[in-house]
Write a protein of this length. Structure first.
Lengths: 244, 305
């Protein structure tokens, strides 16, 4: 598993995907938070990172599929999947190794944003007037959300040999899981009685719950289950669809 | 370490890709797996490596059942898949290090250098795999298959697409590897089998046509002599069929026919006379015993009566 992890992480930084993802994420975030006046932290009257955490999921919606689209589709296209799966590693090891590499890249993308936190810390009046708990919760939520997107991306990538198809499938899947249930809950059938329940299937519900700063185990369990389910389906796809 | 295959069958949907194959290979033997394209060679090899599950039957490598002990099996075998898939954007060393990482190898760097030397990759060792010629790519494929010094080597068409010089080099490599290991390789080129194998296994449409040593195969099928005749212009095929002692005739080219007789019978004078009588022009005539190519053609049914 670690062999795969190491290789994927090296590959991210060998063929520029890694730099591109980090670059795009940080540039776009930087523009919104410090340059564009509408969303600028500097123009705001409150020392809060909320704009960052509001925008990050939309960026992740595209960036995470861009990271994951290659992971299995390329192996299928090159035929190297047959090579890997005849080495002493099982499908789960392969899937988890690649998944962890993608999550590590997301983690690396988030680390520099601590700079925003530091900036705000000193901009606050008085200095340090900031809801650190909520920010830590939001970071946790963002990392879990990114990981959940990555698990959807892994599944999409296992379904096809084409990276483009994998990307489109993953963006669609992530979108549905993030916003879909919220919109679904607006259907008249659910109104009043079931809408709250339906919303709880969506990722945005749990993401926002985590960003309130008091991590609830239910939200953690939700994200971890989503990740586990998608990775298991991915393994299943590798095992049965490709080998039959 | 022996490889034992018993009643192996693989069914894709309705189609039987391989049908009740049984054979056995011992250490130090090279088994040539021969068949036309689509005969089920790759499928069989994928089952041998444990990548594909068989529909029926079993494979045992060194006493381990392949389906029941995937981890052990994967350590024992080295596999070169069909079309030699590789990561073009990795450097040779980088790639071999990656592959070595899957196995418990004590000093991976030393082993990678050793394999690079052994396989003859030294002059190109600083290149990216994508920049290599086909022959060198094939060597990288072989290098990754032997990096952990496996007991059993399974090579799926290791010589496709190589030029004649590269062919000779890769064949001698395979021959050398076969001395200490159990080696199974597939090909649709007959000469390769003559050059390399101890045993030949011929399959067609997933069914075993022959499983024997090369000498045995040759002596079994040398019950016939073949005279190849080249004409210039039209000729009357029907008349040649009526010549005494001719068993059958096949046309291998618009201008070329092969006349098959029992051994020891020289039909050339009669053919010549018949040609003169019909005013056919013969520009070449040669008598041969059956070659290995013909045995292959006969067994795989591409022969024209």
């Amino acid at each position: 598993m670690w062999v795969i992890y190491k290789k994927e992480l090296t590959t991210f930084f060998n063929n520029l995907t890694g730099y591109l993802v980090l670059g795009v994420f940080l540039t776009v975030m930087g523009l919104f938070l410090f340059v564009f006046p509408e969303t600028s932290l500097l123009e705001s009257n409150f020392a809060s990172l909320e704009p960052f955490f509001e925008m990050a999921p939309s960026l992740f919606l595209f960036l995470v599929p861009a990271i994951t689209m290659r992971l299995l589709a390329e192996e299928r296209q090159l035929g190297t999947l047959a090579l890997l799966l005849t080495k002493p590693i099982d499908e789960m090891g392969l899937v988890i190794g690649k998944f962890l590499a993608a999550v590590s890249l997301l983690f690396l993308a988030l680390v520099p944003t601590l700079f925003y936190y530091i900036t705000l810390y000193f901009l606050g009046s008085p200095v340090g007037n900031l809801d650190t708990g909520a920010i830590m919760g939001s970071y946790l939520g963002l990392l879990l959300l990114g990981s959940a997107f990555a698990s959807i991306g892994m599944l999409a990538s296992s379904l096809t040999e084409s990276q483009i198809v994998a990307f489109v499938l993953a963006v669609t899947g992530c979108f549905l899981f993030f916003y879909g249930f919220y919109f679904l809950s607006g259907l008249p059938v659910f109104f009043g009685k079931w809408d709250a329940l339906v919303q709880q299937f969506g990722m945005d519900y749990h993401y926002h719950a985590l960003s309130k700063g008091a991590p609830d185990t239910r939200d953690l369990i939700y994200f971890l289950s989503v990740i586990a389910i998608f990775l298991l389906i991915t393994r299943f796809v590798l095992q049965y669809r490709i080998r039959s | 370490m022996s490889v034992r295959v018993e009643g192996l069958t693989k069914i894709y949907g309705e189609q039987k890709a391989i049908d009740k194959l049984s054979f056995q290979v011992e250490k130090g033997q090279i088994l040539g797996f021969l068949g036309p394209n689509g005969a089920g060679k790759s499928t069989t090899m994928k089952i041998l490596t444990g990548y594909l599950p068989p529909t029926e039957g079993s494979v045992e490598i060194g006493g381990f059942d392949v389906q029941a002990n995937p981890k052990e099996i994967r350590r024992l075998i080295g596999y070169l898949p069909e079309n030699n898939p590789l990561y073009g954007d990795l450097y040779i060393k980088e790639y071999l290090h990656f592959v070595a990482g899957f196995y418990p190898i004590k000093n991976p760097s030393a082993r990678v250098s050793e394999v690079i030397d052994l396989i003859g990759l030294t002059p190109e060792k600083h290149k990216k795999i994508g920049a290599l010629s086909k022959g060198y790519k094939q060597r990288v494929g072989l290098a990754q298959a032997i990096i952990h010094d496996p007991q059993v080597l399974i090579l799926d068409e290791p010589t496709t697409g190589l030029d004649p010089n590269q062919l000779v080099e890769i064949r001698s490599l395979i021959k050398a590897l076969g001395k200490e290991k159990t080696l199974i390789f597939s090909t649709h080129i007959m000469q390769e089998v003559t050059a390399l194998c101890d045993r030949v296994l011929i399959i067609k449409d997933g069914k075993m046509q022959a499983n024997d040593t090369l000498q045995n195969l040759q002596s079994t099928f040398q019950g016939e002599w073949v005279t190849t005749i080249t004409f210039q212009g039209p000729f009357t095929l029907e008349h040649f069929k009526k010549i005494k002692d001719v068993q059958r005739i096949r046309q291998i080219h618009p201008d070329v026919i092969q006349v098959i007789t029992a051994p020891g019978i020289d039909v050339r004078p009669l053919i010549f006379k018949q040609a003169v009588k019909d005013d056919n022009i013969i520009i070449g005539m040669q008598q041969d015993r059956r070659s290995v190519e013909e045995i292959f053609q006969k067994l795989t049914g591409s022969d024209i009566q």
